[in-house]
Design a protein around this ligand. Structure first.
Ligand SMILES: Cc1cc2nc3c(=O)[nH]c(=O)nc-3n(C[C@H](O)[C@H](O)[C@H](O)COP(=O)(O)OP(=O)(O)OC[C@H]3O[C@@H](n4cnc5c(N)ncnc54)[C@H](O)[C@@H]3O)c2cc1C
Length: 312
């Protein structure tokens, strides 16, 4: 039987990294997972290498946030009532360690780890031939209100102290110019071309979303491909980001590249060149909700979970 020096349980990013480093140190390693490697949390995350993260997530302080979590209305946290008693000591320790001075101490303790995150990922990506997947576009954080942004002042001051490249910008242009993906999700009362066409870089995917348009009329002129979810819905009605483009004839069936479904099923090509500017305009298609609902129902039935609700 082959020699095994170490067993690593769980083949997510942590287990795989540990196993690879042990192998590099000359150990024979068995990496074991109950499912597919890399299909746990490491598969379904946002894909940001958090090298510039300073503070870890903190226990919520406001009553409003706590209530939202208690009522299961918060997307960032969930709990099982029968599990609460078991995790109470951990929750208390979490709360205690979320005090401002503890957070700063944790920040300093974690910094060497976070500081190496990018270099370690780069090394593994180079070995795996996956470096092309890394985009060095930074992390754009948007704040809804001035007080929300002002609350980040201590973190930004610390970032400056640590020499981390954090830049505060306050115009649309500084956010959008050169971005790979531009999602415009305004809620205007009257149409206003806030998103300027000249900011859209080659290769960008633009998704205008506002019900009342925030894009310029010449936006469609620079697009290599324009895709809609459903042309029948897009061409009619009084509203939508590209309403004026349709009404003025700039966007018509003649220059529409495809409906989304045609690309998904391979009837029409999606992106063919890195430099293509592509625009997706979606009006919302309940068809996709129906398909998703069916898939969710099948998954729930397979796992024997869910609650049957009376209808009518
Ligand atoms: C929604 C979301 C977004 C996130 N976004 C980011 C982000 O942008 N950037 C970032 O840095 N982090 C992000 N994170 C955090 C990050 O994804 C996790 O910290 C990281 O993936 C954890 O890796 P892991 O190897 O510990 O766990 P996992 O990737 O979950 O791997 C654990 C493995 O263990 C296996 N396993 C479990 N129990 C057993 C058992 N009994 N026997 C055998 N195998 C077992 C599982 O099958 C799984 O494959 C995000 C997390 C979430 C939930």
């Amino acid at each position: 039987m082959a020699r095994t020096d170490a067993i690593v349980l769980g083949a997510g990013i942590v287990g795989v990294s540990v196993a690879l480093h042990l192998v590099k140190r000359g150990l024979a390693v068995a990496l074991i997972d109950r499912g597919e490697p890399g299909h746990g949390t490491s598969y379904g995350n946002a894909g940001i290498i958090e090298a510039n993260t300073l503070f870890p997530a903190a226990f919520p302080t406001s009553l409003k946030s706590l209530l939202r979590i208690a009522l299961k209305l918060a997307p960032e946290a969930n709990y099982h009532a029968h599990f609460l008693a078991r995790v109470t000591p951990w929750l208390l320790a979490f709360r205690c360690n979320s005090a401002p001075e503890r957070m700063v101490a944790t920040m300093w303790a974690m910094r060497p780890l976070f500081g190496r995150a990018l270099a370690e990922h780069e090394a593994l990506m180079a070995e795996a031939g996956a470096s092309r997947y890394l985009r060095r576009t930074g992390w754009l954080k948007l704040y809804r209100s001035d007080p929300g942004f002002a609350a980040t002042r201590p973190e930004r001051a610390l970032a400056a102290e640590l020499g981390l490249p954090v830049r505060a910008v306050d115009t649309w242009e500084e956010c959008v110019r050169g971005a790979d993906v531009v999602v415009e999700a305004t809620r205007l009362v009257t149409p206003e071309p806030l998103l300027r066409t000249e900011w859209i870089a080659p290769g960008a995917l633009v998704v205008p979303y506002g019900t009342v348009s925030a894009v310029a009329l010449d936006l469609t002129d620079v697009m290599d491909k324009i895709v809609v979810d459903d042309w029948g819905q897009a061409r009619a009605g009084p509203l939508g980001a590209l309403r004026a483009h349709v009404d003025s004839g700039r966007l018509s069936e003649a220059n529409l590249h495809a409906e989304l479904g045609e690309i998904v099923c391979g009837a029409r090509p999606g992106r063919e060149h890195d430099s293509e500017r592509i625009l997706l305009w979606h009006r919302g298609l309940s068809l996709t909700d129906i398909a998703l609902g069916r898939a969710m129902l099948a998954r729930a039935a397979e796992r024997g979970i869910g609650t049957r609700l009376p209808y009518r």
